[in-house]
Design a protein around this ligand. Structure first.
Ligand SMILES: CC(C)(COP(=O)(O)OP(=O)(O)OC[C@H]1O[C@@H](n2cnc3c(N)ncnc32)[C@H](O)[C@@H]1OP(=O)(O)O)[C@@H](O)C(=O)NCCC(=O)NCCS
Length: 193
């Protein structure tokens, strides 16, 4: 699927839910930014800006082609996920950091998070990335193949809970031998207007 493609979901994709509204997952555009930021504030609160992951994101652009939104049928933004370029240790191999993932609080458990995750993982793989890391709830992310198995010798650049530091290899062995503190590696946001 091209990075510009829109993937549409509806009741047939999530029959167990019964009343899942139709929604789509699409690349984020600059016009989505105010609604994305408002959603993140509502869903995660102001503490979100103090997370260790933020040190790897601040002042950077998301990885090329890897920022997505979920939209309801009326076009409103109901979910967001982005991936970021990082290095595994100083001068280490490239990888992606996923987050934040967030879904409109009133529309939780309707498959929107799942659709965003599956789309993001598929696109990252299609673009040739080797591995995705994140800090999050293992019981949720395990369903997409994430585990703490391969992050043992890696660390975030700040406080985090070790059992929440998870990874998924998109290429077998991509995390073999990886060690050290994650470093930001994304394109810097240009301040020149
Ligand atoms: C976590 C989140 C992204 C999930 O999105 P969603 O659209 O509600 O979830 P989905 O519809 O894809 O999946 C729902 C399933 O995940 C489970 N689930 C949701 N959050 C979970 C969590 N934190 N831990 C374990 N399971 C979780 C639900 O119980 C449900 O389980 P079921 O399929 O067995 O019924 C969303 O709830 C959210 O935005 N939360 C606030 C922000 C946040 O916590 N972000 C992630 C940081 S870890």
């Amino acid at each position: 699927m091209s990075q510009h493609a829109v993937e549409t979901f509806g009741i047939d994709d999530f029959p167990a839910v019964g009343k899942t509204p139709a929604f789509s997952v699409a690349p984020e555009t600059p016009a989505d930014i105010p609604a994305r930021e408002a959603l993140l504030d509502r869903a995660m609160g102001p503490k979100r800006r103090r997370k260790s992951s933020e040190k790897l994101r601040r002042g950077r652009l998301p990885a090329e082609g890897l920022a997505f939104v979920a939209r309801a049928a009326d076009g409103s933004l109901i979910g967001t996920v982005r991936l970021w370029n990082v290095r595994l240790g100083h001068g280490g191999s490239p990888a992606l950091l996923l987050g934040p993932l967030s879904v409109e609080p009133s529309l939780k458990s309707m498959g929107v998070g799942k659709a965003l995750m599956q789309h993001a993982i598929a696109e990252a793989g299609r673009l040739g990335h080797g591995a995705i890391l994140l800090v999050g709830d293992a019981p949720y992310y395990a369903r997409f193949g994430f585990s703490a198995e391969k992050t043992d010798r890696l660390a975030m650049p700040g406080p985090y809970e070790k059992e929440r530091f998870l990874a998924l290899e998109l290429v077998d062995g991509a995390l073999n031998g990886a060690q050290g503190v994650l470093e930001p590696a994304g394109r810097k946001i240009s301040l020149a207007a």
